[in-house]
Each structure stands twice: as structure tokens, then as C-alpha cells.
Design a protein around this ligand. Structure first.
Ligand code: ADP
Length: 483
């Protein structure tokens, strides 16, 4: 039976409570059905950001004094509670930002996995014993909390990205001030309520709603935070990085991608086409790991494009709440206008290889998937992050040529080669200047227990998820003991 969710009012969440709800700053409409009101947002002012940071500092004392096991027990409860609310939260997030419900439910499932993974870290061995140059001195390294962590997140993974920052930060003993994207505010608010219900002590996670330029900026520039973890655009990320560097705050910035897939002559073309279509068009291409450039060897170009077009017949535009939806709307008017500019550019400056003629009755931010070719490597369609259901195809004649194409990008987040030749696979794994490099797998869909991050303009120099996050969210103490 279909569950209905009432329209909700979301505000900031400070010290375990919703803040006073004043006037409405923004009405949120479903991008799948623009007449449907999903919720009301009430933004924080700068005084509330300060209040949130003060609450995080107060809670820090007790939270960091708990054993790792005790903090882990809270994270297990958070996972269990999230599991109870899995469908409800997935529906809310899907109505808020348009991710197909099947993918959104999977994403909440990923959040649960992340909480359980990091809960276990509370009792896992870490640190090193380092031989001393003196007799009877025990010298060792241990990881200690940083303090209050600022977390700034985007709208495209409204549940998984916040949790892949929050869960490791918490298990390491830090407390949090979290600023979610405007387009993901309703699910952020609901997550805070769910975590409180799970027994998370007040003040351990504080959440401030608002515009990036105001609330986010104040958090980065003025708040008393010891660390900042950001995911979003490269423009915002590099500005945040320089502010944090000037304040000597530990930071990580996960930013854009222009991810390439390479199809070699030996590839299994049918499975390559399926992986490339999935990487390019699921979530309407709104993933930083989405496939955006496809380089196909000239000997298999025709056969590959036939296989890719066959895959595209399955890609139907549907409202996000349709359980069969593969490609829903883009998230917002801003996104719609941004992607439409590239679609117009593709239609005038490139050759359209495939345009879906699917029609949809709903009034939403729907963009038909597009496959184009006929542009050089320095064309904006080849260099800029589109973040929509558009993929650009180009042919190549040799491995050396294609690796130079792949590495010409300013970004280096994710990339794939499709081949049945082991030698080509290993060369690509070595040669690609890319953080997450894959063979016969789509560029998206990386796993939570492995390091996540890119090279060049895609990321700063630390990694998220897996064990890497535990390094980021801690400071190192070198201890030496002699009795
Ligand atoms: P996108 O284009 O995906 O919206 P942004 O980088 O603009 O990417 O936004 C990512 C997150 O950063 C959002 O939570 C947004 O509100 C926040 N943000 C935007 N600008 C700033 C800023 N100047 N300082 C801090 N946070 C910001």
C-alpha cells in the first residue's frame, strides 16, 4: 500500500531540538510534480549557527569521554532506527530532490551500512607502537578527536553523503555542526529527528538550514570549528579550502568530476553499454561519479553505439515515485536551467547520436537523455561538469591516444576501461590520473568500505569513507612513557 507523507516544516536542529519556527523562507515542491508541495523551510540566522556550534562544544566533553564501544552502540541504534524509517525517509528525499525511489531506498540502505561499518570501528585496533631509542620507554601513536566538525553537504545524495561524513566523525569522538544543501533540507531535518529517537545525545549533531552563501559561509569563516568536510561544486570547494587553510582548520573538499569510460576493441560491448548507460543516466546524471565522456575505439564504434542505443530503449522518463523509474527529473529549477544550457549547446554545436523521444504527462523538471558526438576534447561539453543526462562520445585509434584524452581533463575522480585484455586493464590502472579507477565496471557505484576521492580539481588530498575517514577525523598524538 502506498504510504503518504504529510507536508513537513523543517528548521535547524540545535541541542536535540527543532529551533523556533518563524516565517517560511522557502517552499519545497516535488521536482517530479511541481504542483505538489512537499515542505516548508525555515532558515537559521548567524546567531543560530553560533548557538549550534556552542551546543556542539558543550556536548563534545561527554561524547569524547565515552568509550569507543559506547559511541559504537549509539551508532548501531542510529542504524536500527534508520532501518525502521527506511521507506518513509526514502520517499521524503525522493519527493524533495527527485531521485528515483528505487535508488533512493538503496541510498538509505547505504546510510545504514555506513553507520554499522563505523559503529564497529569503536572497538577496532588503531594506532602503532613505535620502538623507542631509550630502554623501558613505551612510545606509541594514538588518534584523538579533532573537536567540533563542520559538515557541508550537497543535495544529490541527501542521506548517504551526510552519513559518510557524520558516522566516522562521531565514532572518532567529534561532535558536529551540519549544513545540508537547501534542496535536501527536509530529509536532513527528518534524519536529525530519527537520530534523536535512536538515543543520540543532544548537541552531538546540530544542523543549520539555509543558503550556502549565508549560513554555509558563516560556518566556514566564523564558527569555532576544528575541521570542515565539504562535498559540492569545485568553485565553492576551492573557496572553502582557501578559507580553511587561512584559519588553519583541517579540511577536505570533494568536488566535481568529468568521468571517462574507455571502450577497447576487445570489450564485451553489451555489458559495457549497460554499465555506461547506468553510469551516465541513473539519477539523471547527477552524481559526481557519473559517466560523462565515452571514448570508443574506432574498430568497434558502430557496434558499441548500436548496443548503447539498445540499452537506451529501457531508459524511460518517469516520476521519481514510480517504482520502475530509471531516469527521473533533475532536482531543481537551477539544475534544469543549468543542464538545459548544455542541451542547447549540444544541439547547436555537436552531433546528436541519440535523443530519447519518451513523453511524460507530469509537469516536472524532466530532461530527456542525450548522446552526442562531434566535439573536440577542449569543447565545454568535454571539459565541464554537466551534472545531467548527457553523455559525449568520441572515437580513438590507440591506447596511447585515449589515455592522453582521459588525462586531459582538469578533473580526476572516477574512470573506467572496458576490455578483456589484462595488459590494457593494468596499464589503465597505472596511467589514468584518477582517484577511483575501474575495469569493466561503471564509473559510479563505488563501495563505502573503500577510500573515496579524486585527483586534480576533484578533491583535496584526503580520502573519505573506508578507513581513510578515520585518519581525516582525528588528530595524531605521539605518546612516550617512562616509569
Ligand atoms: P551545487 O552546485 O551542487 O549546489 P554547491 O557547491 O553550490 O554545489 O553547494 C554544496 C553545498 O555547499 C551546499 O550545502 C551549499 O549550500 C553549500 N555552499 C554553497 N556556497 C557556499 C559557501 N560560499 N560557503 C559555504 N557553503 C556553501
Amino acid at each position: 500500500m502506498k504510504q503518504t507523507i504529510a507536508t513537513i516544516h523543517a528548521s535547524s536542529w540545535i541541542n536535540g531540538m527543532a529551533t523556533t519556527i518563524g516565517h517560511v523562507d522557502k517552499y519545497m515542491y516535488n521536482p517530479s510534480r511541481l504542483s505538489e508541495l512537499v515542505g516548508h523551510l525555515h532558515y537559521a540566522n548567524t546567531a543560530q549557527v553560533e548557538e549550534a556550534e556552542a551546543a556542539a562544544h558543550t556536548a563534545l566533553k561527554q561524547w569524547k569521554a565515552m568509550t569507543g564501544e559506547a559511541r559504537g552502540a549509539v551508532l548501531y541504534q542510529m542504524a536500527n532506527k534508520l532501518e525502521e524509517h527506511k521507506d518513509e525517509l526514502a520517499q521524503l528525499a525522493s519527493r524533495e530532490m527527485g531521485k528515483p525511489i528505487k535508488e533512493m531506498t538503496g541510498e538509505v540502505g547505504r546510510g545504514i551500512q555506513l553507520l554499522r561499518y563505523y559503529a564497529g570501528e569503536g572497538v577496532r585496533a588503531h594506532g602503532d607502537v613505535i620502538p623507542s631509542s631509550q630502554h623501558q620507554v613505551l612510545q606509541y601513536k594514538k588518534h584523538v578527536p579533532l573537536g567540533v566538525v563542520g559538515v557541508i553537504t550537497p543535495w544529490n545524495f541527501p542521506v548517504a553523503i551526510p552519513i559518510w561524513k557524520i558516522a566516522p566523525a562521531l565514532i572518532c569522538g567529534n561532535t558536529i555542526v551540519w549544513k545540508p544543501a537547501e534542496q535536501a533540507s527536509l530529509s536532513a531535518f527528518r534524519l536529525c529527528e530519527i537520530f534523536k529517537e535512536a538515543g543520540l545525545p543532544d548537541g552531538v549533531i546540530n544542523m543549520v538550514l539555509g543558503k550556502g552563501q549565508e549560513v554555509g559561509r558563516f560556518l566556514v569563516e566564523k564558527a569555532n570549528i576544528q575541521c570542515l568536510s565539504f562535498t559540492g561544486s569545485t568553485v565553492t570547494g576551492t573557496t572553502i579550502a582557501s578559507t580553511c587553510a587561512a584559519r588553519n582548520i583541517k579540511y577536505q573538499t570533494e568536488m566535481g568530476g568529468k568521468n571517462a569510460a574507455v571502450v577497447m576493441p576487445s570489450a564485451d560491448l553489451k555489458s559495457a553499454a549497460a554499465a555506461i548507460a547506468s553510469g551516465a543516466f541513473r539519477s539523471a546524471g547527477q552524481k559526481c561519479t557519473a559517466t560523462s565522456r565515452v571514448y570508443v575505439h574506432e574498430d568497434v564504434q558502430d557496434a558499441f553505439l548500436t548496443a548503447l542505443k539498445a540499452e537506451m530503449t529501457a531508459v524511460k522518463l518517469r516520476p521519481a515515485d514510480d517504482p520502475s523509474c530509471y531516469l527521473g527529473p533533475v532536482a531543481s529549477k537551477v539544475q534544469f536551467d543549468h543542464v538545459t544550457d548544455y542541451i542547447n549547446m549540444a544541439q547547436t554545436e555537436a552531433t546528436v547520436l541519440y535523443e530519447n523521444d519518451d513523453t511524460i504527462q507530469e509537469d516536472g523538471y524532466y530532461i530527456r537523455p542525450l548522446i552526442v558526438t562531434g566535439v573536440d576534447n577542449d569543447h565545454p561539453l568535454m571539459t565541464e561538469e554537466i551534472f545531467g543526462p548527457v553523455v559525449v562520445v568520441k572515437t580513438f585509434s590507440s591506447y596511447d591516444e585515449v589515455i592522453s584524452f582521459v588525462n586531459a581533463s582538469d578533473y580526476g575522480l572516477s574512470g573506467s576501461i572496458f576490455t578483456t585484455t589484462l595488459d590494457e586493464a593494468h596499464r589503465f590502472l597505472d596511467d589514468a590520473n584518477i582517484g577511483m579507477v575501474r575495469v569493466n565496471l561503471e564509473t559510479a557505484g563505488v563501495e563505502y568500505q573503500a577510500p573515496f576521492g579524486g585527483m586534480k580539481q576533484s578533491s583535496s588530498h584526503t580520502r573519505e569513507q573506508g578507513q581513510a575517514a578515520l585518519q581525516f577525523f582525528t588528530n595524531v598524538k605521539t605518546c612516550a612513557v617512562k616509569f
